[in-house]
Design a protein. Structure first.
Lengths: 372, 372
């Protein structure tokens, strides 16, 4: 159940009640692709205040297998995480296997990136896998066409996505998976009229929440913000809105300003392992020689474990030396920054001062980019 | 200062007071080669109860450099670890560069494994680097001849080691590094008379503790135990005895039984990352297919974070999937097992029941090896 507690312009604060607890929104979901957020333990995730994580159906289906996970009592129990989990449908990963998949009405044929073995992912199968995983929020299988593309191609694709969504919903209702919610996904590329059409088709089926998919795939930021702004009015105001695979800290703020409630992105975790750290003054790359003798923390405004105990000089050393500990400490910091940004967003909305927060955030976060 | 509180046969329990706190002995030192125990944060080390860690002079000298670390306030401050640190002399790593080093009276010439740059490690330089690192316990530079070798070669080598030890001590006394202790190293291969000779030469110089070096390099276990047994009587009873680079859990118990107080080894950390986990019933390899659906903990007798929260099935999945989190959880367990074994050893000595403990440990630890 989704409850809105505050609105401030288009921005909303609320909470989503799931079978494994409450998620405060707007929420950011760290990505735990293969049953672990890379370089972290469950304890770390609790320490940084993650309320929900995302699991990737494609990866877990192939290894260790959704049925094995079901026999272990489901994904929560298998990975030792008792809070909410959202699983994607596997579609996005399958569509990334550009030369190894073939889309038909029935579903998508693909070959495993592990061993080349053939698989067929149908809408029903995507629902069944996620039922085996036992996630709190399951996503429908959608087709993710590459951008840019023509109106005709995107239109054809979103209609397939809508037919798949209906099949997903039918199977979901048949399975009656206790406590699981199911979200629909709106496609439509960058065409407002197609986003409207996809929204109407998806909302008419009826889900517990709605995601905007197919963005953050290379289009300009402003285009993405515009599509979000044009799509949100067609989504139910009393249900959660999830912008998939987004984004940078500024993207989060800009999308909240347009009415988005949920996000996931590999950026904080992946970039951490490569040395890109987010700070209140903008991103920095800890590998840069300028940090070799810098005794300060990554971000003086940050209270995370990494910033409380370790210097930029040490983090740079760990990364240059290839020490896994560096990946862990950097990931802890980046996720702390993302989750703290979400806390600040929620607070600003509750105070009715989100626009002030947004302007201040854009100015301070962009500072480093201007300096360096 | 070293204080013995209990003896039980040749086994001893006590504590070593350093500038950064007290180490209970017999002690095991996790290896933090490049300023981090691989896959762990300092918090993990505190959680598993590590009282002292080892840093590798060779690696830290080359990267990020001992002078850079000195400018950061020393190794403790640089790596965010406030408890004791022992540093080796760098000799062992340099002697492992078999085709890139040349030994002379003055010291050892070698080329960096990073960039091939030429370096000269003299006894004085080894002392100076460790003074820059600011470790609590510094080791002398010794020559580590490959085994097996002839009496003549080992004899010549231990005499060089003794001359180097004197030069190390001279430089150490000149530098008057506040609070740092310096340990001598006994060599002599597997020849009892040479171990005696090296012990007498080293002890006559006078150090705060003595290490037995040059073992666990491929000789049979029984030979190692025998050398320890034959060497210990020539070391001062009122000073700590450190068996370098050893070893398996059984090695620890057997060496304590012969009067050893301190150990270091990469085995628990390196093997963890490869999936070899130590349990009260012996080692197991978590990659084995038999664990794919095993919902039990690694070791029912273990109370570590990993065993409290995660199943063998999950740990196997993480390792098969190449997730860093698996390395972290496995390392936490193996170090917990090692440090818990040391606690049990100390307790048994205090109770005057070390021989009972030893027999029981050998029987239960070897059980799995017999089964599988």
């Amino acid at each position: 159940m989704f409850t809105l507690t505050h609105t401030d312009g288009a921005a909303r604060r609320g909470h989503l009640t799931t079978a494994h607890g409450i998620i405060q929104t707007p929420a950011f979901m760290p990505v735990g692709t293969q049953g672990a957020v890379k370089a972290l333990t469950a304890q770390h995730l609790e320490d940084v205040g993650a309320e929900i994580i995302l699991g990737n159906t494609y990866h877990l289906y192939l290894r260790p297998g959704d049925e094995l996970i079901a026999r272990r009592g489901g994904l929560h129990r298998f990975i030792g995480w008792s809070r909410p989990i959202l699983t994607d449908s596997g579609g996005y990963q399958v569509f990334s296997l550009s030369d190894r998949r073939k889309v038909e009405e029935q579903g998508v044929h693909f070959r495993s990136h592990h061993d080349g073995s053939p698989h067929l992912l149908t809408p029903e199968k995507a629902v069944e896998i996620q039922a085996n995983l036992g996630s709190d929020i399951a996503m429908v299988l959608d087709e993710c066409p590459a951008l840019p593309s023509t109106v005709q191609i995107i239109d054809t694709s979103l209609q397939l996505t809508a037919r798949w969504a209906q099949r997903c919903r039918n199977r979901f209702l048949e399975l009656k998976t206790g406590g699981q919610m199911q979200f629909g996904i709106v496609q439509g590329g960058t065409f407002p009229e197609l986003r409207q059409k996809s929204s109407e088709l998806t909302v008419s089926i009826g889900f517990e929440g709605y995601a905007i998919g197919g963005l953050s795939v290379g289009e300009p930021n402003d285009t993405m913000y515009q599509v979000v702004e044009q799509t949100v009015p067609y989504l139910p105001a009393d249900q959660p809105r999830y912008l998939m695979g987004v984004g940078t800290p500024i993207d989060l703020v800009e999308a909240v300003a347009r009415g988005i409630d949920m996000f996931d992105c590999v950026m904080p975790t992946r970039n951490a392992r490569n040395g890109q750290l987010f700070t209140s003054e903008g991103p920095l790359n800890i590998k840069n020689a300028q940090f070799a003798e810098d005794d300060g923390p990554v971000d003086r405004a940050c209270g995370c474990y990494t910033c409380r105990h370790f210097s930029r000089a040490y983090l740079r050393h760990l990364l240059m030396a290839g020490e896994m500990t560096g990946g862990t400490l950097n990931t802890l910091h980046n996720l702390s920054f993302y989750l703290d940004t979400m806390r600040r967003i929620r607070e600003a909305i509750a105070f009715g001062r989100f626009e002030d927060f947004r302007q201040g955030f854009l100015q301070t976060f962009a500072r480093r980019a201007l300096i360096s």
